[in-house]
Design a protein around this ligand. Sequence first.
Ligand code: AMX
Length: 434
Amino acid sequence: DLDLRSQLKDQIPEQQERLKKIKSEYGKVQLGNITVDMVLGGMRGITGLLWEPSLVDPEEGIRLRGLTLPECQKLLPAASPGGEPLAEGLLWLLVTGKVPSKEQAVALSKELQSRSAVPDHVYKGIDSLPVTAHPMTQFVTGVMALQVESEFQKAYEQGMPKSKLWEPAYEDCMNLIARVPAVAAYVYRRLYKDGRAIPADKSLDHAANFSHMLGFDDPKMLESVRLFLLVHSDHEGGNVSGHASHVVASALADPYRAYAAAMNGLAGPLHGLATQEALLWVKSIAKEFGEDVTTEKLKEVVWKTLNSGKVVPGFGHGVLRKTDPRFTCQRKFALKHIPDDPIFQLVLKLQEVVPPILTSLGKVKNPWPNVDILSGVPLNHFGLSEDRYYTVLFGVSRSLGVSAQLIWDRALGLPIERPKSVTLDWLEDYCKKS
Ligand code: AMX
């Protein structure tokens, strides 16, 4: 069957039963103890969310529906033989847990194209902002303007029962995924190319068409964008953007609102803005000290960054405790396609220099590189050099993972999210008594 929706429809009863069974048989099984440290430490280490599209192992890193990134690269259908996976195939995997055939990926590509028309008021909304507004502000404004067409909101207003709400959630998610590349490209062209928008090319796949609308048609750039969409698509549910989308949707706010919430979190420098910050930082080093800066000088630069009270962007992680496989995957790509790129060479040096310094601080739990130190480098190499735009690219990619879960949130009928909070007074009293 080539239709994603009907595949999903077939799966839903089975997964609903599964959830029900886990609840009734294992509902009282303990998943760990909550300590005061965890409450004060950003809930780190508390297992408290259900998130189907992916899982992060602290040592091994991300698996998308059980597949490592190299497995995804090997098994998912590619645009060209041996090339990077199609975003459509990845989306199919994230939604269903099954590796699609090329035909299924192509059918999904057609479906997304048929949904991709962006209403004019979206562009007008973006145009009402000053061009100085951060690209993420312009992007989120566009996303909120897309919300006007929410099928979910309409269905809810018309009294659709909870058990059927996954259907309009699916409609919104697919429309959202189909439309955000054009909105993102519009922001890019508005800011950096005198507003000369480029129309979609319906002969291209989702990622390639996005690159085309941005203004880049080099086949290697298309591969870079396909890889970028893969590595940033999802990172389980507890990260700021994933969690934000989940909690907002749990109030039965529609997928556009949930995704916009995710994007506002992604715009934080400790999360998605690290893509921008890392590229800016590496480029500023190259500019100030030249591309073949010595190791000694690099060490000084890292210390200077730390001593000025900043974090080293592109290093460290909340859950991971080893080098991010998303980094490794992009390193392999860069070695294949842009081995001599000076910024890439500089990142390779940072990969050696930064971890011992972060380790020496004695408090950093993971001194290793994460996805963001490298993800901008290939795109920058092929001409997309505007650092401030990078988080928007990350956001387009996250539409895949966030949406896959938003559909399942409603298909599984997950309840409103409402963890318990306490005050400092309460904590002191409780701890003194225990
Ligand atoms: N540079 C400097 N200090 C760092 C650091 C880094 N790269 N990573 C961690 N630390 C510091 C923390 O700021 C914290 O210091 P504090 O106790 O004085 O506040 C201490 O080390 C302990 O932090 P942690 O438990 O190791 O990490 P965390 O879970 O609190 O934070 C993260 C994780 C990603 C926010 C952090 O490593 C960081 O700020 N990294 C740089 C920004 C970055 O690359 N973010 C992108 C992450 C991936 C993504 O979301 N895209």
